[in-house]
Design a binder for this molecule. Sequence first.
Ligand SMILES: [Zn+2]
Length: 411
Amino acid sequence: MRTSLKFAVGSFLLMLHTGAVGQSASMPPSTADANSGRDPIADLVGRLDLEKYKATIKGLTQFGDRRQGTDRNRAAIDWIETQLKSYGCATERLKYEYLEQGRTGSEPRVEVASPAKGSQPARTLGGGRGRYVRNPTYLNGDPNKQPDPKLRSLDTPPAVPGPREEVYCTKIGTTHPDEMYIVSAHMDGHGWGEAANDDGSGTALVMELARILNSPGVVTERSIRFALWNNEETGHQGSRAYVAQRRTLQGKEMPAGSGKYPEPKWLGMIQHDMMLFDHGAPRPDGSISLEQRTEADINIEFQSASKFASEANSLAWAIEAANENYASDYPAVIGSHMTNTDSVDFQDDVPSVSLRENERGTQIGSGWDPHWHQPTDVYATFSDKDFRLGLNAAQTTLAAVAQLAGARLGK
Ligand SMILES: [Zn+2]
C-alpha cells in the first residue's frame, strides 16, 4: 500500500523537479518519522473529525448564501480570517473590483457545450459526454422559494458593484519557502439558501486543513497556501484577480536577501467545490435517491485541454493514491474534464485539479445534485453520510498535500 503511494507522489515530484520546474531531482518525502517510527501522514489525517468539519460548515451558514458584494459576504470573510488566525496561519487579503451585478436567476437549462452533429455525441461543459437521464438545472432567483423567513431576509440584500476582498493564509516551508501548493475553495454562494454544499463544504475542508497543518509541531519542507476565493459564482473573478496580480511575483525574494517569498512558486493547485452529495443519476422519471449512494466517490478532475494536462494528470493520481491509503470510507476516481471552478484560472500556469462530489460537466451539469444553487442548499438538508463524503475528500487532500509538501512532526 505504502509503496504505491510513495510511487505516485514521488513520480509527481520527479516530474516537477525534472520538467517544468527545472530543478535537480529530489527524493520523495519519507512517510515514516525518523525518530518515532510513526507515520506522520496517518497522524495528521487522524486529526480530522466529522463533528468538527460539520461545525465549520454550520459556522459558515450563519452568513446565509454569502453572496459576493454584500455585508453577509464581508462578515463571512472576517469570520473565516478570524478562524484561520486562531489556527496560527498567517492571513492576507487580495483586493480587486467587481463592477457588474451578477446573475440573479435564469431559465432551466441542460448544459451542452456543443450540439450533437451526425454521430458525434453532444459534449457537456468541460468536454465530457453527457449520459443517462439528464435533468435541467438552474440558478434559483425567486426569494419566495425559501420557506424560512429568517433565512429569506438574511439573503435579501442584493450584491452591490464595487471593491471586493478575499482571504488566504500560508504555511511557510522550512527548506523550500519559495515553492508552494495552493489548496482552495470558494466562499461565496447564491440561490436563496445557505450555500452549505456549494461551497461551504469545500471552504470548511480548506479551513480544516489549515487548522491541522498549522498546528504546533507540524513542519513542511514546502509552503502551502490556503485560499478562499470570492466571486466564483459570478465567473471566478476572485481567482482571476489573484492570478493576474500575483503570477509574475512567483518565486521572487522580496526584499532581496530577506529570505521572504510573498508569492512562492506554484507547484500545484487543488480546488474543492461541492463535496457532499453523490446520490446518483436521475431515474427515468427524473427523481433522485434521498440517500447517499453506496458507490459514492470523490471525483478528481483535471483538464485534458490545459497546458499542464500531463502534470495535472500525475497530480490527480498522487491524490488518488493518497485516498487509497488514507481515506476512511469513500474512494476517489479521476476524470479529464475539469471545468467551471477557480482551478480553471490556474490550469495553464500550474498543474491544477478539482475535487468534487460528482464530475461538474457530465454529472452535476446533468442535474445529479437537485440542491445545486437552490434554496434547499442548507445545512439541514444533508445527512452524516453526505458530510462523510466531504470528510473523506479532506482526508484525501490532507494526505496528498502533506506528502507533496514534505510534512513531518516535530518533537
Ligand atoms: Zn461552487
